[in-house]
Design a protein around this ligand. Structure first.
Ligand code: ADP
Length: 635
């Protein structure tokens, strides 16, 4: 099995073919305005060797089109007779997630006067949506499909840069949650750090998460009020993964979790008061950052970078191969943005923090064959992951003799956007206040249970599709934000969420039998009010219901909301084996000197099923341990 992983290309990933993208348009509307205005605008100077030869003629004017990236946006393009003179994007893309594409894609189209721009990795949806919007506008300006194809072939000519050799005390590979926690910690230990990142920005999958971070402040008022303890956190994590996690690593995760929160706070990160139950988290112990999604972590790390010298971020550079000298890992060979070779050497340790392999379809299908837990993990199953999460670090580590563990343990969530698989558009705030309903209008699973059980339950439903259903307790004004920074009003306006004054009306919008939805909610409300439960779980085994201190207990406060969701690949729990010092182990269980690993690239912590909210804890806890130990490593 492991041999087979080695043979796979690290480049396998889902990309959205432009042609497919252009035919499967998600345009919400387009219009032409101010025709003729643009003819007076200056014509940009084309980049040498990359630009149309003047055979393309536009109908001068300003055009606009609505498209959907992570969120809905309006792309407005102004053209003169022979050039694109302006591109404006009206958007609500999240800073650090979709926004980098909003900055760079229009600029490159303007510069090259072509459409052959590379998507901004980590912002694929937004990039594709912008290009799609520009194409639609250009069609409005009179371009034929053949003209569009000509423009699609025009790419910026990039000259290959010189090969480079860089060095620092500590080298971190991957600028996601674990990598940045490690980099900051190594710097705090007094070391110089280079972070190699294959995309143009920090964040990885971590920035796309809902931001929930599990940690128990043992003995605090919150923990006491929730009957919570580190012992319960340990038990739920270990048992929630069917006792497959390494007990020492689970213990390390749990006992350092709160310290991780305090460390983040010491760096300026802000959290909301109290805790909540994240889907699959099993208990109200998740801390919610003030900033949406995972952006608060990276705002914090960027702030540290802005105020401290000694951490160099090397973006658009892909680590390809670890350097081993006399059995010690001393650096990494990378490919730079222009295809040049970049060799990065470490005086102390090297840290792998490249994340999992959720976007490597071939690799995840092969891994799924180990346990056959999921009916399929082919390309028809989307992923919450950003496109660069292709298992590179796992493959690199295996090549130099690292042991891989529990590769078959792959987590899916029942919460994916049907178009993209992303978590955006998810209207739930906390487990207690929502139910899952199938296309017959019935509940089918314990919505407060394990992630794998919920998703396997969903695979058994019609069209593997469900709705999240909730009431206005979470959205009293009707314009509050979900956990992904999207307003419920915008989600309703764009059709990504449904809203109705009665359950019957909501059922009509959902296309499910009204009588079923009404009786489903009625029965659920009975449990919320105590029903015949006497503190025990309902027929599906659910024990967490609407907070008892809420005025409106259950789903009974109109208007009602629903949002459609499908299974999506979320987290790969298998990977490189480490010990509690984050040292990477070989197949004989011996430490590979100089190599550390943290985050989703590692395996054997979460077992068969990861608790919701434990991944961000993992990045902070093991990232910090890796940063400290790599800083102290002596060859
Ligand atoms: P974790 O949660 O474990 O920190 P993330 O998914 O947040 O993982 O981050 C992993 C980061 O590693 C991403 O930013 C991704 O682009 C980056 N990465 C993946 N493969 C490589 C590679 N070969 N070279 C450099 N960076 C990589």
């Amino acid at each position: 099995m492991r041999k087979k992983f080695l043979q796979k290309s690290t480049k396998t990933m889902i990309t959205f073919g432009l042609v497919a993208m252009l035919t499967a348009s998600s345009l919400a509307g387009c219009s032409k305005k101010n025709q003729g205005d643009a003819s007076t605008a200056p014509t940009p100077t084309p980049t040498e060797g990359s630009v149309s030869d003047g055979t393309i003629t536009y109908t001068p004017g300003t055009y606009s089109a609505k498209v959907t990236g992570m969120h809905e946006m309006t792309v407005t393009v102004t053209v003169s007779e022979n050039a694109i003179t302006d591109i404006q994007i009206e958007h609500t893309e999240t800073p650090g997630i979709g926004e980098p594409a909003v900055q760079s894609i229009p600029a490159e189209i303007m510069e090259t006067q072509g459409l052959g721009v590379d998507v901004v990795s980590g912002a694929t949806l937004t990039s594709n949506a912008i290009i799609e919007g520009v194409v639609e506008n250009l069609k409005q300006a009179g371009l034929s499909d053949a003209d569009i194809n000509t423009l699609l072939a025009i790419k910026k000519v990039v000259e290959k840069e010189e090969d480079q050799e860089l060095s620092a005390d500590v080298v971190v590979i991957g600028a996601g949650g674990a990598g940045m926690a490690a980099a900051v910690t190594a710097k705090q230990a007094g070391k110089s750090v280079i972070v190699i990142e294959k995309t143009s920005k920090m964040g990885g999958n971590t920035i796309l998460s809902g931001g929930a971070l599990n940690a128990v402040d043992e003995g605090s008022e919150t923990a006491i009020a929730n009957n919570d303890s580190t012992a319960l956190h340990y038990e739920q994590t270990f048992n929630g993964g069917d006792q497959e996690g390494d007990p020492v690593l689970v213990q390390t995760l749990i006992e350092n979790a709160w310290d991780g929160v305090e460390w983040l706070k010491s760096l300026g990160m802000e959290f909301h008061e109290g805790t909540f139950t994240v889907t699959g988290g099993m208990w109200p112990r998740a801390h919610k950052p003030v900033e949406p999604e995972g952006t608060g972590f990276f705002k914090t790390y960027q702030n540290f970078l802005d105020n401290n010298t000694g951490i160099s971020m090397v973006y658009n550079t892909t680590a390809e191969e670890l350097i081993m000298e006399d059995n010690v890992i001393t650096g990494v060979i990378c490919t730079g943005k222009t295809g040049n070779k970049v060799v990065v050497k470490a005086n102390n340790g090297v840290i792998l923090a490249t994340g999992g392999f959720g976007q490597n379809v071939e690799m995840r299908q092969e891994a799924n064959e180990i346990l056959n837990k999921w009916p399929s993990l082919d390309e028809s199953i989307p992923s919450t992951n950003t496109s660069g999460i292709t298992g590179d670090g796992i493959l690199m580590a295996e090549k130099i003799g690292a042991n891989l563990v529990q590769m078959g343990n792959i987590q899916l969530l029942p919460l994916g956007d049907p178009e993209t698989g992303s978590l955006s558009g998810n209207i739930e705030h906390a487990v207690e206040s929502r139910i899952f309903v199938n296309l017959d209008g019935n509940r089918f699973v314990n919505e407060a249970g394990r992630r794998d059980e919920m998703t396997l339950g969903l695979f058994d439903q019609k069209d593997t599709t469900m709705y999240i259903v909730m009431d206005s307790d979470t959205y009293p004004e009707g314009k509050e934000l979900n956990n992904f920074g999207e307003s419920i009003a915008d989600l309703v306006a764009s059709g990504r969420a449904l809203k109705a004054d009665t359950l019957e009306e909501l059922a009509g919008l959902m296309g499910v039998p009204a009588e079923n939805l009404v009786s489903t909610v009625k029965e659920y409300n009975r449990y919320c009010l105590g029903g015949d439960l006497e503190g025990q779980s309902d027929v599906f085994g659910r024990a967490l219901f609407t907070d008892t201190d809420k005025v409106n207990n259950g789903i009974n406060n109109p208007p009602y909301y629903a949002a459609v969701r499908v299974p999506t690949v979320h987290h790969t729990m298998g990977g490189v084996q480490i010990n509690e010092n984050t040292e990477v182990l070989d197949k004989d269980g011996k430490v590979i000197p100089g190599l550390y690993a943290a985050g989703e690239v590692t395996g054997g912590i979460h077992g068969s099923n990861r608790l919701g909210g434990n991944a961000l804890t993992d990045t902070v806890v093991f990232g910090r341990i890796a940063g400290t130990n790599a800083a102290n490593f002596q060859k």
